[in-house]
Design a protein around this ligand. Structure first.
Ligand code: PGA
Length: 249
């Protein structure tokens, strides 16, 4: 069974006052629908967890260090995220890959750190605009999946998010056919590597300018099992509209 997931990535946005959005969100979610996850900045994680209080909203971090603790000024470990109330962590987001030079091997090491601390990894892959223009999108996705996912990856410990870099925060999205092409490709690559049964069970999220207005169309695409949502996750009404579309899909 593939789990439908709407995951919100607040990125470096949100102050204590932003937690009021959670109070608007909580009464509208129910466990019968898609899984709802929010990944706030680490400063808000524990407070958000307290408000979510074990209900239908689950929480995640946006990155973690490979080590559990130690002399790494400014970094956050998977153990700390777990301790603050997270059950998930986004890894290998394109902003981490570009701003912090993270490569596939780094992402794989972080993925193991996440698992070791009982976090489910949300591993991101996606091509740049230059790579799409050069016609190497599927090759890039194949390399990122191969290098970022450890051999012990399962649908239970890892969720995959396809995020074309050029669609993130731009208001531009690939055509539905382009999304289908990559998602079908990922499904088959995962089935080849991890076996048909496991491969079929991975939750494959699309991310990049998902909004209430395009969500239903995207969720109707083959092998799209949910979304990783940036900007639209900051507003409870937008996030809930996307979650409703997914739950109804
Ligand atoms: P966006 O971001 O929805 O604002 O395009 C998506 C993401 O980076 O996860």
């Amino acid at each position: 069974m593939v789990t439908k997931i709407a995951a919100g990535n607040w990125k470096m946005n949100g102050l204590a006052a932003s937690l009021d959005e959670i109070d608007l969100l909580l009464p509208q979610l129910n466990p019968a629908g898609a899984l709802a996850i929010l990944c706030p900045p680490a400063t808000l994680l524990a407070q958000m967890a307290a408000r979510a209080d074990g209900g239908a909203l689950l929480l995640g971090g946006q990155d973690c260090h490979v080590a559990t603790s130690g002399a790494h000024t400014g970094d956050i470990s998977a153990a700390m995220l777990r301790d603050a109330g997270a059950q998930f962590v986004i890894l290998g987001h394109s902003e981490r890959r570009s701003d912090h030079n993270e490569n596939n091997a780094d992402v794989a090491a972080k993925t193991r750190a996440a698992w070791n601390n009982k976090l489910t990894a949300i591993v991101c892959v996606g091509e740049t605009e230059a790579e799409r223009d050069a016609g190497v999108t599927l090759q890039i996705i194949a390399e990122q999946l191969e290098g970022s996912l450890p051999d012990e990856t399962t649908p239970q410990n890892t969720v995959i998010a396809y995020e074309p870099v050029w669609a993130i925060g731009t208001g531009r999205t690939p055509t539905l056919n382009q999304i289908a092409e990559v998602h079908d490709f990922m499904r088959s690559a995962l089935s080849t590597r991890f076996g048909e049964t496991s491969g079929g069970d991975f939750s494959l999220l699309y991310g990049g300018s998902v909004k209430p207005g395009n969500a239903a169309d995207i969720f109707a695409v083959s092998n799209v099992n949910g979304a990783l949502i940036g900007g639209a996750s900051l507003k409870a009404s937008d996030f809930i509209a996307i979650w409703n579309s997914l739950s109804a899909s």
